[in-house]
Design a binder for this molecule. Structure first.
Ligand code: MD3
Ligand code: FE
Length: 212
């Protein structure tokens, strides 16, 4: 019997500057989920259009000074929700603290994100290989928190053609992406239909970034 199966274990280096913290957010999951349900009732997830005119299979909402948006003008950050022209709400303290603690554990001190992208996946939703390059300062890490259904995360290298490794991300896992890995290609394989006790048929990923 594995007495530690449901607990956080050690930090796992994935690439230069990237650190997987399995189960790191498990103690915060109930608080996170109640924050998110409240947030999504007021700022419903939207299906953004890529600049190429395709609907994304992942739905999104945002918190923080800068929300990530996509449309015919391109990808980028906006202080306003395109659906309502209203500013996004502040990132709740529980999320800011979790992000700072995870970043610190990975060696990045005083991480203060100004953007929290909420990606909502239903079975079949996926995200193709891409780089995150809409942010100003690439010396700042990105912290991601996985909630609900598991996902196979595809993690490549600095070139699109570099071989991607598959990382099984579970509910409560946190990954900190900094240093060289900050520019690496990454994506998410199609979510498999399943049920999670907290989120039902959803996978939610929080992506915390310093955008500006
Ligand atoms: C690796 N989201 O929104 S977050 C995205 O699970 C995005 O929803 C994924 O990629 C998701 O752009 C993954 C993890 C992530 C974020 C930024 C990275 C991984 C990264 C930057 C460099 C390398
Ligand atoms: Fe990304």
């Amino acid at each position: 019997m594995d007495l530690f199966a449901d607990q956080a274990h050690e930090a796992m280096p994935l690439a230069p500057g990237a650190c997987w913290l399995p189960g790191f957010a498990l103690p915060n999951m109930a608080a996170l989920w109640s924050c998110l349900q409240h947030h999504l009732s007021i700022y419903p997830a939207q299906q953004m259009m890529t600049p190429m005119g395709h609907l994304m299979s992942v739905n999104t909402s945002s918190m923080g000074t800068w929300g990530w948006v996509s449309g015919p003008q391109g990808y980028g950050y906006s202080a306003h929700n395109p659906a309502t022209q209203q500013p996004w709400p502040a990132i709740p303290a529980v999320i800011l603290q979790l992000a700072a603690n995870a970043a610190e554990k990975a060696g990045y001190l005083k991480f203060v994100p100004d953007s929290c992208l909420i990606n909502i996946y239903t079975p079949g939703s996926k995200m193709g290989l891409h780089q995150d390059k809409d942010e100003q300062d690439f010396s700042q890490p990105i912290v991601s928190v996985s909630i609900g259904l598991p996902a196979t995360f595809l993690f490549g290298g600095a070139q699109r053609g570099d071989k991607a490794v598959r990382i099984p991300l579970q509910h409560g896992d946190v990954v900190v992406w900094g240093g060289e890995s900050r520019r690496y290609y990454h994506g998410v394989a199609a979510i498999r239909p399943n049920q999670h006790p907290l989120t039902g048929n959803l996978r939610i990923n929080l992506t915390l970034r310093k955008a500006k």
